[in-house]
Ligand binder design. Structure first.
Ligand SMILES: [Zn+2]
Length: 433
């Protein structure tokens, strides 16, 4: 099929007026002006999108799809208390509930034009539910609260794929994450990082998210001290910042560092030198009262930046356009082209998927969105200003139509009903906890 619009924004390359992308599932085979594409590929059906900009599917580099259904029950609270509510809600869910919650999050994502995620997963139901609605990416199986010696058993319990072949095949990659310095001890962080490295899969960690985390690492005190005593086996305050701590553990190399709000100076240099990149989640930081990431300083030091919504439990929606506008509000020197790159190519690069997704070029997966912007002479700016779940008209993922005329092609009602059932279960669990 050929997908055409008033403009096509390939990300790698200049915008093309009356541009089109030629898709032969699952890949992109050609990109150029519609007239030329029609001549070159006669007989292929054309989906035209007047008033729309065609762009790559977006990359939400940090989210927790499994928290979608429990978001309302958890509600808003200061960060340490909020974490306790998340844990209580999640304890009440079984594998079917997790699958339903992930499916709802995946549906919300694809509706918003997101085709690739960096998702924190608890088991195989996350990639499976996501793939059902056309969402792929890296699923970071999460470990916390155990001793390093228990890691292999825990990975087996979670059904983490044991051979790299099945793990990296196709569009879904299973990575690993040690949740955070206050919930995973130093030996566990080292072991998870080493295991990810040995298996050739990405490693992520929440780092430098809150003042409570910084205080714990500096002096062993504050709101996280009892949590760390319970979960972070062998933890002793290192007397440094979280990024420096990860570096000292040998666990910063190639790491996808999530949040990085409480970083400055040398720690930002460390991130630039060692980490795969930083995934910023500005709206989640705001909701949880954790402040603002130092976006300008990170860019000045050459940190590769990706963008994430985090979970629905700490955000209003899973819409990466809205997240990008929040990032722009923190750094007005960000040009529209840079923001779009952060939402696509840079996100793909931080997740290690730069050869597969993130741009409209032949050979990449055909992840394509059409966004209604109205007439414009500046398609990238228009995309940034007007992009939203409401203006995404078409979503193609790996060459398959997943949203048509703004409506998902999967049975939305079933997914939403299943999610509502899980929401009630979580609310009951939180009332009695
Ligand atoms: Zn997170």
């Amino acid at each position: 099929m050929i997908i055409a619009g008033d403009w096509l924004v390939p990300v790698l390359g200049a915008p093309i007026r009356d541009g089109a992308v030629v898709v032969r599932s699952p890949l992109i085979v050609d990109v150029g002006p519609l007239l030329q594409m029609r001549e070159r590929y006669p007989g292929l059906p054309v989906r035209e999108h007047p008033g729309c900009v065609i762009a790559p599917g977006l990359v939400n580099a940090h989210t927790h799809l499994a928290l979608t259904s429990v978001a309302t029950a958890i509600g808003r609270a200061p960060f340490p208390e909020w974490l306790g509510r998340v844990a209580a809600a999640m304890r009440a869910l079984d594998a079917d509930d997790l699958a339903a919650s992930c499916a709802h999050g995946a549906l919300m994502s694809i509706r918003a034009g997101v085709t690739t995620v960096g998702d924190v997963a608890y088991g195989p139901e996350a990639p499976a539910s996501a793939a059902d609605v056309g969402l792929d990416g890296v699923f970071f199986f999460e470990v916390l609260g155990i001793a390093a010696g228990e890691l292999e058993r825990r990975l087996q319990e979670m059904e983490f794929p044991s051979d790299v072949g099945s793990c990296k095949g196709g569009r879904t990659v299973c990575g690993l994450t040690a949740h955070a310095p206050y919930s995973s001890g130093p030996d566990l962080i080292r072991a998870v990082h080493r295991t990810a490295h040995e298996r050739g899969v990405p490693f992520a960690m929440h780092l430098a998210e809150s003042d409570a985390e910084v205080e714990l690492l500096a002096s062993g005190t504050g709101p996280f001290s009892s949590l760390a005593a319970r979960l972070a086996h062998g933890f002793a305050p290192p007397g440094c910042g979280p990024v420096e701590y990860a570096h000292r553990l040998g666990a910063l190399s190639g790491t996808i560092a999530v949040h990085c709000v409480k970083t400055a100076g040398d720690e930002i240099s460390l991130l630039a030198r060692e980490a795969a990149g930083a995934v910023l989640c500005p709206r989640s930081n705001h909701v949880l009262g954790n402040g603002e990431p130092p976006v300008r300083e990170m860019r000045a030091h050459g940190v590769r930046i990706a963008l994430g919504t985090d979970s629905l439990a700490s955000n209003d929606d899973l819409d990466l356009f809205a997240e990008a506008r929040a990032l722009r509000a923190l750094d007005r020197t960000l040009e529209p082209e840079q923001l779009l790159s952060i939402m696509t190519m840079d996100g793909a690069a931080v997740l290690g998927l730069q050869d597969r997704v993130g741009a409209l070029t032949p050979g990449r997966f055909a992840d394509v969105i059409a966004v209604r912007t109205g007439p414009t002479d500046d398609p990238v700016r228009a995309l940034l200003d007007r992009g939203s779940t409401d203006t995404v008209r078409t979503v193609v993922s790996a060459g398959v139509l997943r949203v048509v005329d703004g409506r998902p092609t999967v049975p939305t009602r079933t997914i939403e009903n299943d999610s509502a059932r899980v929401a009630l279960k979580a609310a009951r669990a939180l009332r009695v906890s």
